[in-house]
Design a protein around this ligand. Structure first.
Ligand code: DGJ
Length: 537
């Protein structure tokens, strides 16, 4: 019998946790977690979301022709689109899901999956996407009160009527999916959008005030009042609990109709400072209040960071903060400027189940300075290069990331090399090198490559067997050196370029000579390498 390559053999003998086939199974998408790893299961198998979010006002049939070509251009397999309360219930009790049906039909025709964003009472904290009849009735749907008794712009999460009305509409939305999306084109639902409130840390109205002076809920595992339990962050902690509980109520009601995975996204706070309630979206799922969200919103599958911060140290801190054994990492929004694309590698190397630049359509709107000034070819290629590589193997990669150790990195602002240990080997990433030689070489002169001064570059590595690794990246050099525990006389035995096809690594060619003598250099070609290490006695 022909000997199977180690990686193939490992897959063949592993417990068949998931069907290899991805034919529609009728099984509703869901998230599985094991040993700190997570997988989004779609049609019975792990799925890596190569996402793109459209601009806010692209939730209209007339905008969709500007969406699909953009998704194809960057090789996205999933699109995130708002479904707004104001759009589906313009008149109280009268529902219109025409756009949702159009979206489902067109997504299927274009072979894309959907993440639907429920823009209910909260959109970037504000009430903008609530129907007019909700916005105009402040008695029934009260805005928060400030400390000095004024109306704040944001709805109170402590108002029962708002929750009930929002929930009723959300239930109708999920019911529509249950009845009209049996093939599970929709794989995730976002509950509200960037909840919380700026400038005002919580509702100071009479009802909220009564709750605030009472004891904290037992599920928080703390004693005393909010002030006793949370000190200077008490107002924020209080609003986090009630905002999370609000989202949880929608998720519970929605999942009772169709148990799709659901999540909440966060307008982030500086990850290295204690958040100042004056500056942050108080109540939203920022990383320092994730434990409160977990306790108050068990029906949400995960909380997720919306990343519009170009500092690499902050981005790494966000990714590390939301990657938890009890929280699947996903990046539902990241700026669409080219420099953000490199964080794809850092995210999936941390096991992210999805990644999605924001504002990816050709409607002519650009959200610079948060994102790109224009979606020119260089910008689109920055996202397209990694997505193209993963498009054909996203199922295999998602399964590998669920079952094996992975590491991902991206160029830091200082451009310095980074390294990690996987198994017995040290893996080092360096930036700004040509494919041959080292910039510090004195035996030959060179000018730096054009990308040396650019914020580009990243890679991901998976250890698929004790002596075998998969590596991919762009604008980066990866080097393997024996670390502690490596046998004497250890060396890189073989480097193969290839593809993952239904769980197997198919070799296209060997890399050797110039292609391996100066590290493994990835520039702008979507490339997957398998590295086998060995030793001699
Ligand atoms: C984050 C929000 O979630 C998005 O809907 C959008 O408003 C961006 N900010 C800014 O373009």
């Amino acid at each position: 019998m022909k000997r199977l390559p180690v990686f193939l053999a490992a897959l063949a003998t592993a417990a068949p946790a998931f069907a290899q086939s991805v034919a529609p199974s009728g099984e509703v998408p869901h998230i599985v977690s094991r040993g700190g790893h997570h997988a989004l299961i779609v049609d019975g198998a792990p799925f890596l979301m190569l996402g793109a979010q459209v601009n806010n006002s692209s939730n209209a049939a007339s905008a969709l022709p500007a969406v699909w070509p953009m998704l194809d251009r960057i090789h996205a397999n999933t699109v995130e689109v708002p479904i707004a309360w104001q759009q589906v219930e313009p008149v109280e009790g009268t529902f219109d899901f025409t756009f949702l049906q159009t979206l489902l039909d067109q997504a299927r025709a274009h072979d894309k999956r959907l993440v639907l964003l429920w823009f209910g009472a909260y959109k970037n904290t504000g009430p903008g996407y609530a129907p007019d009849w909700v916005k105009q009735d402040n008695r029934r749907f009260p805005r928060m009160k400030t400390r000095d008794g004024k109306d704040h712009g944001v709805f109170s999460p402590n108002a029962r009527a708002t929750l009930e009305a929002d929930k009723r509409a959300f239930i109708r939305f999920i019911t529509y999916l249950r009845d009209h999306d049996r093939q599970n084109t929709t794989i995730l639902v976002q509950v509200e959008n960037e909840t919380g409130s700026y400038a005002n840390p919580r509702d100071f109205g009479p009802q909220a005030q009564r709750l605030f002076i009472g004891p904290v809920p037992a599920a928080l595992g703390k004693r005393g009042t909010w002030s006793q339990a949370y000190g200077a962050q008490a107002d924020r902690a209080f609003n986090s609990w009630y905002t999370a509980a609000y989202c949880n109520a929608l998720a519970v009601a929605g999942k009772a109709i169709k148990p799709l995975p659901m999540y909440a996204n966060a307008a982030l706070a500086d990850p290295f400072k204690v958040p100042n309630p004056k500056d942050v979206a108080n109540g939203g799922p920022q990383q320092d209040v994730l434990d409160i969200w977990k306790a108050a919103a068990p029906a949400l599958d995960f909380e997720a960071p919306d990343i519009y911060d170009r500092k690499s140290a902050d981005v790494f801190a966000f990714l590390d903060g939301y990657k938890r054994p009890d929280n699947a990492l996903a990046v539902p929004e990241i700026g669409n400027a080219a420099e953000y694309a490199r964080f794809f590698w850092a995210a999936i190397g941390r096991g992210a189940i999805g990644f999605s630049p924001f504002g990816m359509d050709a409607t002519g709107y650009y959200n610079y300075p948060l994102g790109a000034k224009r979606l020119d070819d260089a910008t689109l290629d920055a996202f397209a290069v990694p997505y193209k590589l993963f498009a054909g193997m996203q199922r295999d990669w998602a399964k590998i990331a669920f079952e094996h150790p992975t590491w991902g990195t991206a160029k830091g602002d200082d451009g310095a090399p980074q390294s990690t240990t996987l198994g017995n080997w040290t893996i080092t990433a360096s930036y700004g090198e040509w494919q041959l030689g080292r910039r510090t070489d004195t035996w030959i002169q060179s000018v730096p490559p054009p990308w040396a001064s650019e914020p580009v570059g990243g890679a991901v590595v998976a250890q698929v067997a004790p002596d075998q690794y998969l590596v991919a990246g762009d604008h980066i050099r990866i080097e393997f050196t024996p670390g502690n525990g490596a046998p004497k006389n250890a060396f890189v035995l073989r480097v193969e370029e290839g593809r993952l096809v239904k769980g197997a690594f198919v070799v296209d060619r060997l890399w050797n000579g110039d292609q391996t003598d100066h590290g493994l250099n990835f520039i702008d070609q979507p490339t997957l390498l398998r590295v086998t290490v060995g030793h001699y006695e």
